[in-house]
Design a protein around this ligand. Sequence first.
Ligand code: UDP
Length: 237
Amino acid sequence: MGIKYRRVLLKLSGEALMGELGYGIDPSVVQEIATEVAEVVGEGVQMAIVVGGGNIFRGIKASAAGMDRATADYIGMIATVMNAMTLQDALERMGIPTRVQTAIAMQEVAEPYIRRRAIRHLEKGRVVIFGAGSGNPFFTTDTTAALRAAEIDAEVIFKATKVDGIYDSDPHQNPTARRFQSLTYSHVLTHDLRVMDSTAIALCKENNIPIMVFDLTVRGNIHRAVKGEPVGTIVGG
Ligand code: UDP
């Protein structure tokens, strides 16, 4: 089976980089993710990555504890930049050229987000890692993933998680939970299936960007996903 998707937006949650640790970054997990990304980039797939920050700081949680929400969200966005730079380092040690672009200017450590420049990097085979979310408080990195995917004309969003797709109930709590092979955006929205937040789903729906939800911890899944193999659940029109 050949490559199905030539330009992909990979959404990695902060927790994906945390592995089994309760907080922060597990270098061996980052290494594994980078290995998988390097593999598909080596086959000519253009890969952009939006990384979350929940392994370090989550705005909504801090605001529930009393912090001003917008301030907390800005801290959350800055946390994602640490993850972005960590991924950059891991990929570059494997010989994969990368650029980090941030939605909040930090020009000493990364480029500012410039859409046309991001596309140019992708065309040259560089992995573009988007840090600092959308640059706006009250949003999430899932919504950022949908936004950037639309902006760069990605053919698909890979939402890499710790479960192998979307279920009708929580598979960790209900042994008879059923996994969906495919779902429509409307089904996800009306049944409030928590794949990505509703703003992200709505943006994908409006722009017709399919979302593939699959288990990142299974070796080779990113590779299977770019070939269009049914590794998880696909959300589409
Ligand atoms: N965030 C934000 N605006 C954005 C993206 C992220 O304010 O456009 C903040 C928000 O506080 C969020 C934190 O950054 O809690 C980390 O992002 P997220 O929770 O989406 O990370 P993930 O769940 O993917 O690890």
